[in-house]
Design a protein around this ligand. Sequence first.
Ligand SMILES: *Cc1c(COP(=O)(O)O)cnc(C)c1O
Length: 462
Amino acid sequence: MPDEAFPRAVAYLQCIEPTCRATYDAGERIYACEQCGGLLDVQYEWRQARLTDLLATFDARRASFHPHDVSGVWRFRELFPFATSPSQVVTLGEGNTPLWDAPRSARYAGLKRLAVKHQGMNPTGSFKDNGMTTGVAQAQRLGARAVACASTGNTSASLAAYAARAGMRGIVFIPGGRIAYGKLAQSLDYGAATLQIEGNFDDAMRLARELARTTPLYLLNSVNPFRLEGQKAIAFELLQQRRWRVPDRIVVPGGNLGNVSALGKGFKELHDLGLIARMPRLTVVQAEGAAPLAQWRAGGREGNLIPVKQPKTLATAIQIGHPVSWLKAARALDWTDGACATVSEQDIADAKAVIGRDGIGCEPASAATVAGLRRLVAEGVVHPEEDTVAILTGNALKDPDFTVQYHTGQLFTDAERETRVTRAEGRLASTFANAPRRVPADADALRQAILDLIAELPSLTE
Ligand SMILES: *Cc1c(COP(=O)(O)O)cnc(C)c1O
């Protein structure tokens, strides 16, 4: 692609604090406002003229073979025009994730219809790839040679892959204790240096931020606003798949709250630019044991969010007590008249099995969406007829232990899964168990078992 065809606008960084709003050059290597410590947004001086017929341009690119058009992120590049050269783009064809109807999950939640957008079908199996491709583009622009993150797993898997593709050193800080093996395996395979910190996620995050100040590491956690620019494309691609029809509601699980923040910013910009006529209501679902945003909203949204000291959930991707992006998330829920809910460990585990029966596997954290919808429909917050999309955030194969333990009646809320040691308390009910069956290696014995299995099949319309 010739350089001049690559969209560029004046991009700058701006503090989100209403009383500050300090601005910085987009080429500055900062992660927070130097005046007040607030979070930063990437902002643009949009050139309206270049935005006419943009949706048609995006649609036309679906017939292109250029890697930047094939990417489900860079296809929408006019909406995050910060890169200064196409050579900064490192793409694995991220995005392009399916939007599926999930009729059993809909019925379970009490909805007439439910669609799921499966971000777990990304190159490294989570939506983190959408943000990592833009984060690494900014790292390239800054000439960084080493990139780093603190992560409970998926960010590190994604960072490791994109760093490898870019020829950069990837360094990941992983908290001690429980980490899903699928994710650890990815970081190792993609060649990242993996540092297991003896502490929880919040400790790992604090150390990574400190080292990004005192060493040349470029930090690619979601505090980095260039990550969130790529995650906006989840909103754009979802709309494109729906022929640019805005749904009534979009539901996401909430951990560090970067994803809901990115969706909020993406929809707000589309609305401000006149590309969509209304906003969907964004809805965040947190696990009961790690629900600081839900607690802050339930407490009347006064003052600052109170961190959860020892966040606890088997859905490790959302086991976060002090979410970095909570103010951006609060803003996104305000902009979209959104909602926030909590769900129990049992709710998450059962919802995951129900989603599975739609032929769709996902990570435990992703299943919080369907569990949350079930709760919000029961409480009358969500209307059964709402046109709703749940964002499934991660791939089922990230955390197979959870799935096998559920189906075999071995899922404990307190077990140390990594070591398979046994401080095993709080056994969860395997409500929709589908355990393997032990059978003799004998065709005659099996024949009757198979006939019984076929006889108990539900009708296809059920
Ligand atoms: C990162 C992640 C989340 C949490 O997203 P946030 O942006 O931190 O709120 C949820 N599910 C999966 C699978 C993830 O990888």
